[in-house]
Design a protein around this ligand. Structure first.
Ligand code: DC
Length: 223
């Protein structure tokens, strides 16, 4: 079974996808982490973020691997070409670099291939991203499109950043989210879009517990 969870930045996709995968014993694939890993690798190699050819070539050649260190079976670490980038992909620098990298069609094609291959190795997978229900798995068994107001998402992301020790104010986070929403929704290659058959859920004002329970009930219904 394939469960596709799409939505804008900080809409709760990771928390929900991870919780569902953990509760229901499914594999979990964070496709945003793959684009982030590639962006971090591009920065470390000094590749210009508008050099579509080199970025596409890197996307084809680099090996991205997830691993789990806590025994839960869910991925906790990500490495690109053997280099652990778990912390590096969550910095404000990576937040900025990932948009142009993920807008390159050649990069997307290589990532989508990898995402399909990784998912085929498992019986049941929850994938989260921007184009899972529209491009990666247009025939997914269940498609969820999570949204929340920009203010609510910025509030959640600021708490997240604080917990990780990053020094960003609410206003800075809000500005960055809006910039990323704009970029992800207006790029020509696979823009962020709700699939026609996706169930849209506005999580503003909902607790994470309620969102997870709602989506789990939908998974149980489709299984
Ligand atoms: O979900 P996230 O914020 O970690 O994603 C990081 C960036 O990667 C996001 O700005 C858009 C891009 N992305 C994408 O284009 N397609 C996906 N399937 C997942 C993420």
């Amino acid at each position: 079974m394939i469960v596709a969870i799409d939505g804008p930045a900080a809409s709760g996709k990771s928390t929900v996808a991870r919780a569902i995968a953990g509760h229901l014993g499914m594999a979990y694939l964070d496709t945003g982490a793959m684009y982030r890993a590639l962006a971090v690798e591009a920065l470390s190699r000094g590749v210009a973020l508008d050099d579509a050819e080199t970025l596409s070539q890197m996307a084809c050649e680099c090996v991205i691997r997830f691993s789990h260190a806590d025994g839960s079976g869910l991925p906790t670490h990500v490495a690109i070409d053997g280099m652990d980038v778990t912390a590096a992909i969550r910095t404000p620098v990576a937040d900025k670099a990932v948009s142009p990298v993920s807008a390159v069609p050649g990069v997307r094609a290589a990532m989508v291939d990898q995402q399909r291959r990784i998912s085929r190795e498992q019986e049941n997978t929850v994938l989260e991203g921007r184009d899972i229900g529209t491009v990666v798995f247009p025939h997914a068994d269940l498609k969820i499109f999570l949204t929340a107001s920009a203010e609510e998402r910025a509030r959640r992301r600021t708490l997240d950043m604080e917990a990780r020790g990053a020094d960003m104010t609410y206003d800075e986070v809000l500005t960055d989210l809006r910039r990323r929403d704009e970029y992800d929704s207006n790029r020509s290659a696979s823009p962020l879009m709700k699939a026609d058959d996706a169930i849209e859920l506005d999580t503003t004002g909902m607790t994470i517990h309620d969102v997870v329970a709602y989506v789990e009930a939908l998974v149980a219904e489709r299984r």
